[in-house]
Design a protein around this ligand. Structure first.
Ligand code: UGA
Length: 417
């Protein structure tokens, strides 16, 4: 927002994060973020604070706190959204706009708008976020669409005007805008992530069929992807989806639909979740199988910990899960990731980590790729020569099977012969 020319204060209850940000240091890895953070602070348009009173005087208040999965349940935990709105209300002025960015169950904005209206003269809008980790800066500066969920009448007109001012530069570039009601805006977000998760699980289901028929799911994806109605993007079969969004968002959607008496409408998302989780079992099974069932004390190089490349995020990461499970079977796991070691170690200190992926490979009986970082896609049999075994399990179907086999390796991908 500061990069777009606005004057911004970023507020969080986590004093450590605010201290880091104030020094121009990002509290997580995101390509391009440190540069933009430094320039925004230098411009004088961006500062950080732990005091909600510093929100006073702002025309627009974005609420972008997390909505994680509730412990032991599918539903989203709205504690942080509720707390942020309640704490913000005393600092709002007449005509201010509160713009919710958090991913929330449908019906939340209507409930919160009553609280905002009762406690202030401010207006609530719901403005869902579609950025992808790894492309967060680009997706924020140049979004592919904007969705404004606004109330009816004058308040809605005022909300749209303010959001148009916020996003003026994107609008100049003809970014499509959908102006709608709260429920539609909330559902757009839930259904977009549900669709993406379904697309990935669809191709992973095809991978399961390919595995029992000798077909190749990567060629299948290429061939169906040429149909513009289907499209090739998000059809990469592998160890499946993870992260802080897709898994918890489909579960929260299932929980909300059940509350609304329409559980059957999204019951297929349970299958989407199930297919996704089975792919982790499959990678573990391939490793065990390649060792003739004897995993105990075998050395296994796990390449990748983050849920996707260009991120240090290990929330619900299939890669970290595979590493932990192999360790649990008694294997000597040495895991490597360009950015996610620190986060993985704090969750699973029992694992052994190597900063250098070639060091992880040294002496390994089996090499497993579970996150398709560039360095791992570019791994060759020559670079991996220090491995003891000659087995590569490619959990992301991201290296050249022919070249590895030609060099004498046993190559096993997912959904590939
Ligand atoms: C996802 C959505 O793509 C964003 O649009 C959304 O804004 C965001 O969630 C959110 O709700 O905040 P993100 O979690 O950053 O973004 O990651 P994705 O790029 O969607 O990837 C999710 C997972 O799917 C990763 O584990 C990735 O490895 C996996 N994936 C992706 C596949 O297994 N196959 C594919 O073909 C694509």
């Amino acid at each position: 927002m500061a990069e777009l020319g606005h004057e911004v204060v970023g507020i969080d209850v986590d004093a450590a994060k605010i201290a880091l940000l104030s020094e121009g240091r990002a509290p997580f890895y995101e390509p391009g973020l440190p540069e933009i953070l430094t320039s925004a602070i230098a411009s004088g348009r961006l500062r950080f604070s732990t005091e909600l009173a510093d929100a006073r005087g702002a025309a627009v208040h974005f609420v972008a706190v997390g909505t994680p999965q509730r412990r032991g349940e599918n539903a989203a935990d709205l504690t942080y959204v509720d707390a942020a709105i309640a704490a913000l209300i005393p600092h709002l002025s007449d005509g201010d706009l509160v713009a919710g960015k958090s991913t929330v169950p449908v019906g939340t904005a209507a409930r919160l708008s009553e609280l905002v209206a009762a406690g202030s003269g401010a207006i609530l809008a719901w403005n869902p976020e579609f950025l992808r980790e790894g492309f967060a800066v680009k997706d924020t500066i140049s979004p592919d669409r904007l969705v404004y969920g606004v109330p009816a009448g004058e308040a809605g007109i005022r909300a749209k005007e303010l959001l148009d001012e916020v996003y003026a530069s994107a609008l100049l570039n003809d970014t499509p805008v959908v102006v709608t009601d709260y429920a539609t805006a909330e559902l757009v977000k839930a259904s977009a992530n549900a669709f993406l998760a379904t697309k990935i699980s669809f191709i992973n289901a095809m991978a399961e069929i390919a595995e029992v028929t000798g077909a190749d799911v990567t060629q299948l994806a290429d061939a169906i992807g040429f149909d513009a109605r289907i499209g090739r993007r998000f059809l990469n079969a592998g160890v499946g989806f993870g992260g802080g969004c897709l898994p918890k968002d489909i579960r929260a959607f299932i929980a909300r639909a059940e509350e609304l008496g329409r559980g059957e409408s999204v019951a297929f998302l349970k299958e989407v979740d199930g297919i996704n989780l089975r792919r982790r079992d499959r990678v573990v099974d391939l490793v065990v199988d390649s060792l003739g069932g004897e995993v105990y004390q075998k050395r296994i190089a796990v390449l990748g910990l983050a849920f996707k490349p260009d991120s240090d995020d290990v929330r619900d990461s299939p890669a970290l899960d595979v590493a932990v499970r192999l360790h649990g079977l008694g294997a000597q796991v040495v895991a490597s990731d360009p950015q996610a070691i620190e986060n993985s170690r704090s969750l699973h200190p029992q694992l052994t980590f190597a900063e250098d992926h070639l060091a992880a490979i040294e002496g390994a009986d089996v090499v497993v790729i579970v996150t398709e970082w560039k360095q791992f896609r570019e791994l060759t049999p020559e670079l991996a020569a220090a491995a003891k075994g000659r087995v590569l399990i490619d959990g992301r179907n991201c290296v050249d099977a022919v070249a590895w086999r030609a060099a004498g390796w046993t190559y096993r991908g997912l959904g590939r012969p």
